[in-house]
Design a protein around this ligand. Structure first.
Ligand SMILES: *Cc1c(COP(=O)(O)O)cnc(C)c1O
Length: 427
């Protein structure tokens, strides 16, 4: 890249990639191989002992995956990244690296439904507890911190309601207590928000959504902010104590400001195994090249649709932070001035039944459980993604019985609005 400090659009296309040194291929190749030949026995030993970086086996790393990692680390402003099979795998590896049985973390109550399940149920079998906090007030996190708390987890832009969170204020709470702030940046993407610039320590993504952007491949990533001191408290033994499987190596002492990403790879990914396929890494990389263009169009279309819905007499309410009179508008302007994202909720007059009828009458929109596709998507969270939750939990998560969630695509805004108009007209 020509200059020292390339802009976001340039990084989205070039970061981490160069023409293939052996063939000249300009696009990053799909290195569809399980394993890599060693130069000699010493080389093999150095790779296994972490004395030298290099490819051994695709469960642990792969050259296509490595370009994806460098690209996302550059876009987020982190020191290193680890790409894995899905967003949920990324979350599992993050917590595996910071938690011991009996430890806890504080998570925002407004989260992707799958994360609420993962934290509240699956993590219990590791002996990890979650405490929930309403992210509207940072004090709600602080009041629950105890001597076994090892982290705070929030979404920068919360699913499904499209609510912004005061990242800097929550980061301040985490800093005061010497624990890392982990931010799920899936809904915003680094085009809208770079959480590390607001004091977060670790960023995770479901690359499945806006980053890949085309609804064709699963992926997740962990970005190491490089700023957290893993050795200070003694509470993060995976990073601060000698590792028996690496001849007593202390990962934080050895790898410094990218030790967290290394630990997630050489302990979590190595032993649990949720690696990303080289083909998915390739598709996600291709998607990321147009992230800035797509994200802006997603946001512009979503604002046009939200304004139109707001003026429709059959619509009870619209919850979109991009609207000037939305209670979240000031936070949106502060954290995400380029736009308010493309996922938001609204309520149809007539509640649960009207919401279901509206969803069934849409033709351009696809009725499915995903967000961040080029196509416009719709779902009724209470009967699908948030179905496992109690009604109280649904309401607290912004997914009550009357809520319809849209993920606005990058088609023509006029066509998206026309589809909503014809379906609302049938009610
Ligand atoms: C989809 C999603 C996840 C989980 O990611 P997968 O790739 O489906 O495992 C986590 N967080 C948010 C905000 C999501 O939208």
């Amino acid at each position: 890249m020509p200059k020292d400090n390339p802009g976001f659009n340039t990084l989205a296309i070039h970061a981490g990639a160069q023409p293939d040194p052996t063939t000249g291929a300009r696009t990053t190749p799909i290195y569809q191989t399980t394993s890599f030949v060693f130069n000699d026995a010493d080389h093999a030993a150095a790779l296994f002992g972490l004395q030298q970086f290099g490819n051994i086996y695709t469960r642990i790393m792969n050259p296509t995956q490595a370009v994806l990692e460098e690209r996302v680390a550059a876009l987020e402003g982190g020191t290193a990244a680890l790409a894995v099979a899905s967003g949920h795998a990324a979350q599992l590896l993050v917590f595996h690296t910071i938690m011991q049985p009996g430890d806890n973390f504080i998570a925002a109550r407004k989260l992707y439904g799958g994360s609420i399940n993962q934290f509240g149920h699956a993590f219990k079998s590791f002996g990890w507890q979650v405490h929930w906090a309403d992210p509207a007030d940072p004090a709600n996190f602080e009041s629950q911190i105890d001597e076994r708390t090892r982290g705070i987890f929030i979404e920068s832009l919360a699913n499904p309601g499209g609510t912004f969170v005061d990242i800097a204020a929550i980061a301040e709470v985490a800093r005061r207590h010497g624990i890392p702030l982990i931010v799920d940046n899936t809904m915003a993407s680094p085009y809208l928000i770079r959480p590390l610039e607001h004091g977060a320590d670790i960023v995770v993504h479901s690359l499945t959504k806006f980053m890949g952007g085309h609804g064709n491949s699963m992926g997740g990533i962990i970005v190491d902010g490089g700023t957290f001191d893993w050795s200070k408290s003694g509470n993060y033994p995976m990073l601060s104590e000698p590792r028996p499987e690496y001849a007593g190596m202390i990962l934080h002492a050895t790898f410094g400001n990218f030790a967290f990403a290394i630990a997630c790879r050489v302990l979590g990914l190595r032993d649990f195994g949720p690696s990303i396929s080289p083909f998915n890494a390739f598709l996600l990389l291709t998607g990321i090249e147009t992230l800035p263009l797509r994200m802006q169009r997603h946001c512009d279309n979503a604002l046009a649709v939200a304004r139109w819905l707001k003026g429709n007499p059959q619509v009870a309410w619209v919850n979109y932070a991009g609207l000037e009179d939305d209670p979240n508008h000031a936070l949106q302007q502060r954290y995400s001035p380029n736009g308010a994202g493309s996922v938001f909720t609204f309520g149809v007059k007539g509640g649960y039944e009207a919401g279901k009828t509206l969803v069934e009458g849409l033709q351009l929109f696809s009725h499915l459980a995903n967000i961040g596709d080029t196509r416009s998507l719709v779902i009724h969270p209470a009967s699908t993604t948030h179905r496992q939750l109690t009604e109280d939990q649904q309401v607290l998560a912004g997914a009550g019985p009357d809520v319809v969630r849209l993920s606005i695509g990058i088609e023509d805004a006029a066509d998206i609005i026309a589809d909503l108009e014809q379906s609302l007209g049938r009610l």
